[in-house]
Every structure is written in structure tokens, then in C-alpha cells.
Design a protein around this ligand. Sequence first.
Ligand SMILES: [Zn+2]
Length: 412
Amino acid sequence: MNLSVDQARLVSEIETLTTFSDADPPAVTRVVFTPADLRARSWIKDRCEEAGLVVRRDPIGNTFARWPGSDATAPIVGTGSHIDAIPNAGKYDGTVGVLGGLEAIRALKAAGFRPKHSIELLIFTSEEPTRFGIGCLGSRLLAGTLSAENAKKLSDGEGATVDEVRLKAGMSGTIDEVKLPAGYYKAFVELHIEQGPLLERERIPLGVVERIAAPASLRLTFEGAGGHAGGVLMPDRKDALCAAAEVILALEHAAKSSGAIDTVATVGICDVFPGAVNSIPARVRLSVDIRDTNLDRRDRMMKTLEEVCRSIEARRGVVIHSELLNADAPADSGTGVISALIQACRKHGFPFLPMTSRAYHDSLFISRIAPVAMLFIPCRNGYSHRPDEYASPDDIARGTLVLAEALATLAE
Ligand SMILES: [Zn+2]
């Protein structure tokens, strides 16, 4: 089979998709179920139908475009990504996997390939947490890791529930129908920009993702005692911010000494009350994000954090409340899917780097119900989620070609 990817068409489609946006180019803002998102969805649906694919949409708006295989009962080989974009984002995050997936299918069709397993392009709803405060809404529901009941409790910044928003956007059915039946997929592959600097730095054009890290997020609240910055003497203080500072540094130390480069911990938010120059901090709220590719190691970090909090509480006379917001498990890629990608790289003589995805993606949740792997292409300076995000046409086309080869291997 001689596969060829239409690079010019693919790049021009990425440019066209960029025009469905609420930001001035080159920035892209496309929040789920806004008019810009709905226009983009309808444009992509037309492209899929033009390519002869059968398009269906589930009640949360996940869109499936199927190329039926010769065995209608065989499990599906899936590919895809997302088209929603956080405010002031770039053109390539997610869209490369959607339009690259479509182009891969068109290339296979043009080469005369006849799949045994149906190949299906999937456009996930709301990979970004912008609107409902939770990432990967569509894939969590597909995999059943988020129940319909809990999804219905989510609302956006204006207080509109997921159900209100999706019904207004024209989706029908109930969220209970979104979960995929067991055994739906044979395999799933997601093409994506790396969103990190390694491929560019190593001058390697492709990354085969062997594992996806997953975050645990917590909110810590420190209750101390306020007072006048002049009046309360040092031995008498219960300064909530000093206690929080100790926890932050202990967390950094624990991550650095975990023994693995994949362990990372971040405190990104620190709210101080009452927040006055001459007032002792009485209360502090911290956000904590701990990520790892290994669940045991990450759980050990969480336990260390807990122990540190208890010892600082005792020593400083403050009270520390800890609230677990989420703790998704990391995932290993499926060996068969990794092999299909490696075989495709080798066939074309493309060097590749075995990698870890430190950001999480819809594939993390699809991994709960199917063997998955991801294919990364370089992006300039590792920039993502910003308007100057950039992936070169050659890199996008190369990734698409490898994706097409892998889909063929998996679907024959
Ligand atoms: Zn993405």
C-alpha cells in the first residue's frame, strides 16, 4: 500500500478551523457549546461526510465519523482528539489529532485500503475544563469514569447545568446513554502536539507515548489566628501563611526526592486572608497538583503530604483541612497499539522517541476501556495553550502518515 497524505489540504483545513473562534487570529478561543464551537462542529461534520464517513453524535456531543469495515461485528479502531480551545489558545492543540485523523482516513481510502474493523474518527466534547471546571468531560462519560448522575451536577460560570447547555446547543437524548458498551474498541490512537520541548530539543520528529501521567488535585485550607502585625508577639502567633509556606516547600522536597523524574508537584494558587500588610494571615487556601506516571508513587506523595500537614499542625497550632478534588489514575499505553506505531515509524525510516505524556488527554480515559497509545509531533519551543503555538506542516503530515499506517495495521 502506497499511502500519501495531502499536506496542503490538511494545513488549509487547520487554518479554516482556526476561523471558528472568539479571539483575534492567531489566537483561538473556542469554548464548548458556544456559537464558535457549534460552527466548527458543523464544518467538520461536512468534511467527514464529504469523505464518505457516517457521522453520529451522542447526547454530550461527542462526534463519531465511521468508515465501516468489512466485518460489522468486529470492534472499532478509533482515532481522534478535541477541537475546543481555552481562551487565547493556539491552532494545533487537539485539532491536529482531529483533522490529521480525518486526513489519515482519506489517505487510506485513496490508497485502496479496505479495513476489516471499522475505523472511526472521534471528536471529544470539552477536553478543556474551561466551561464546566472538569477536563475531558466527553471521554470521562464515554469510559464511565464520570457517572451521568455526577455530570448532571456540573454547571458553568453562569450557573447553567451541563444538561441545560447541551440541550440548548441542540444535543438530544440523555447523558445516561453516553457510556460506550464494553468491548466497543479494539484500539484507540490519538495524534497530538507534544506540548513540551523534548522532541524539538532532541531533533526527533515523532514521539510514541508509552504512558500518560495523571494528576491528583487537592485544596488545602489553613486556619490560624489573625491579629495586629505589631501587637502580637512572635511566640504567640499562629500564622496560617507561614504554615502554608512550610507545606509548599515540604511538597517540593518530596517531589524532588521521590527518585523519579516523572513525579511533579505544584502549588499554583495561594489565597491569603485577610490579605493586609499589617495583619497576620488568619486563613490560607492552597491548590495542590501532584502528578506521576506511577500510581503507587503518587499515592506515597499524597501520604507524605498528609503526614507533613499533621506535623505542621501540631507544631504551629494551626488547623489544616485537606479536600481531595480528583485523583485520576495514570495509564500505560497498550502494547499492540505501541507496536503498530513503532512499526509505522520504522517502515518510513522515521526516528521516534518513546515518551511519557505529562499532560493528560482524552486518551487517558479511553485507556480505561480500550488499549490506547498516543503519537506526538514536535511543537515550537514546547509552547501550547498560547497563540504562538506552532507545529510545522511537515511534522503534521509526518504524524498523519504514521497514524494512517498504524490504523491500517490495527484495522486489517
Ligand atoms: Zn489537547
